[in-house]
Design a protein around this ligand. Structure first.
Ligand SMILES: Nc1ncnc2c1ncn2[C@@H]1O[C@H](COP(=O)(O)OP(=O)(O)OP(=O)(O)O)[C@@H](O)[C@H]1O
Ligand SMILES: [Mg+2]
Length: 483
């Protein structure tokens, strides 16, 4: 028989839940204090589920949760909380609670459903669902314990309508995690819209978020809906939130408090039901201390705090991530020697997973077709350089570019990849045309530089550049005699 433990100091709540679950045929035990909880004989009384009130006069719900989980690790726990203690309820989920429910209960069906779901769910099915969702958004879960727990917590809070603040260094996967949360929520069929608070000017960001009426400012020739309106049923991802100006911060706070907003230049009040996820690679708490970020807004955004560890603190996941990124190039067979993997794991990865992803892209770009084995020699992680620019051939022969130049190209390539990784649509033809233009500009510039050194002597310049005079003239766009 299913046994449920209820821990609440309010006798009526205990009675109500007791009747509710007994009518479903469950065996219910109710205790009203920490003292009564301590009197339970856990070694002889196994519980399938427990509902714990966070605030008891003589005990802290979190302490009881820890105690219960230690004695009966398989017992599933739902935390009962008032709005003011949601943050603590999230803490409880990090400590092993499966879910929380807000008091007073205004939807009994929901409460019953939550408990029933909990009783039928099992660890394996939950883990599988997490993995499926993660694959869906391109998130590798890996083996790192901190990361696994973080994703578990993200999964547990995904279904709740609470704001989440995601912190982590650049490239650690804040946006991927935000997409995971959206995907794991009931809003997954609605839109997920991201906006970078650092990339837009204050007025543009304001109009982007709240929209504007026709004629609101010069150039506002048409009414435009803002993201709070468009993503009202979905998820709004505020990236680089620390960059939001003071005035935007005030406006955000107002929407978060009232769920209401007006379009710029308008008077009509709109309601929004957007779920807000925010991200930053700065320490937002520190920004609050330095008075750069509003404390009240910080608390509103930071109901759930998810801190993504840098890649250097989860090196065990590097091989899996490498494999994942290599799968993007199905026609190419690249393997890494054990030494190469170790070298990859001992590098600090300041640009985190994005840098790792770029590094793999570059290795693939430089590799010839056929099977290529990467050895540690190919990976001189020196200074800012992350991977060799030696051309990787099937036999791993190396051909170096002009000395020093390879480093510049490598850096440029890194920057270009980084730039394009933030764009959703890339016009590759356009990119390649720009690279071609760069090629001809660089050629011309080098010829002019050499001509200056040879005082205009074309023959000598061509010799120094190891090209024919004909080619030199061609590259300078001079008419070439067709003799
Ligand atoms: N766990 C992961 N599994 C697979 N790929 C990942 C993972 N985390 C991040 N990535 C990849 O790394 C790159 C950077 O991720 P993302 O854009 O989410 O980082 P970020 O923290 O938002 O970075 P920034 O602070 O620079 O905006 C992306 O290409 C993303 O697909
Ligand atoms: Mg990002």
């Amino acid at each position: 028989m299913t046994s449920i433990l209820i821990i609440d100091d309010e006798v009526e709540v205990g009675n109500f839940l007791s009747h509710l679950f007994m009518s479903k045929g469950y065996n219910v035990t109710v205790v009203n204090s920490g003292k009564e909880f301590n009197e339970i004989d856990f070694s002889h009384q196994p519980f399938h589920a427990a509902m714990i009130d966070l605030k008891l006069p003589d005990a802290n719900g979190l302490v009881l949760l820890k105690h219960l989980k230690r004695r009966q690790p398989h017992c599933k726990v739902i935390i009962m909380t008032g709005y003011s203690t949601i943050k603590t309820a999230v803490e409880a989920m990090k400590l092993g609670a499966s879910d929380y429910i807000e008091k007073p209960f205004d939807d009994i069906d929901l409460l019953e459903a939550q408990v029933d779901d909990l009783l039928i769910s099992n660890v394996t099915s939950n883990e599988q669902r997490i993995l499926d969702l993660a694959i869906n958004v391109g998130l590798i879960v890996g083996q790192n314990e901190t990361m696994r727990q973080l994703i578990q917590t993200a999964y547990k809070v995904a279904g709740k309508n609470v704001n989440v603040l995601i912190e982590g260094e650049t490239g650690t996967g804040k946006e991927v995690l935000a997409r995971f949360i959206h995907q794991a929520s009931q809003r997954s069929y609605e839109s997920f819209i991201g906006v970078n608070c650092g990339a837009l000017s204050e007025s543009l960001l304001e109009s982007e978020l709240f929209g504007h009426e026709k004629g609101a400012f010069t150039g506002a020739t048409q009414m435009r809906k803002g993201l709070f309106e468009i993503a009202s049923k979905g998820t709004l991802f505020l990236d680089e939130i620390a960059e939001a100006s003071t005035s935007i911060q005030v406006k955000l706070l107002r929407v978060l408090e009232t769920r209401e907003f007006m379009r710029l230049g308008g008077e009509r009040i709109f309601r929004t039901n957007t779920r807000l996820l925010a991200a930053t690679n700065e320490d937002l708490q520190e920004a609050v201390q330095q008075k750069k970020f509003r404390e009240d807004l910080f608390y509103r955004l930071n109901v759930v705090h998810l801190q993504i560890p840098p890649l250097r603190e989860r090196k065990e996941d590097i091989p899996l991530l490498m494999e994942h990124f290599l799968k993007r190039y199905p026609g190419i067979e690249i393997t890494f020697s054990d030494d190469a993997v170790k070298t990859m794991q001992s590098y600090e990865w300041p640009g985190n997973i994005r840098e790792l992803s770029n590094c793999i892209t570059r290795i693939v770009t430089l590799a010839d077709s056929g099977h290529v084995k990467i050895t540690a020699d190919h990976l001189p992680f020196t200074g800012q350089r992350s991977v060799t620019s030696k051309k990787l051939t099937a036999s791993s022969r190396s051909e170096t570019l002009g000395e020093g130049m390879d480093e510049h190209i490598e850096k440029w390539m890194d920057e270009a990849l980084c730039f394009y990784s933030q764009k959703e649509d890339i016009d590759l033809e356009e990119v390649l045309a720009q690279v071609k233009q760069l090629e001809s500009q660089l050629g011309k510039a080098l010829i002019l530089q050499t001509l200056e050194a040879t005082h205009g002597n074309r023959k000598e310049a061509a010799k120094r550049l190891q090209i024919s005079t004909r080619k030199l003239r061609y590259l300078l766009n001079e008419k070439v005699n067709t003799e």
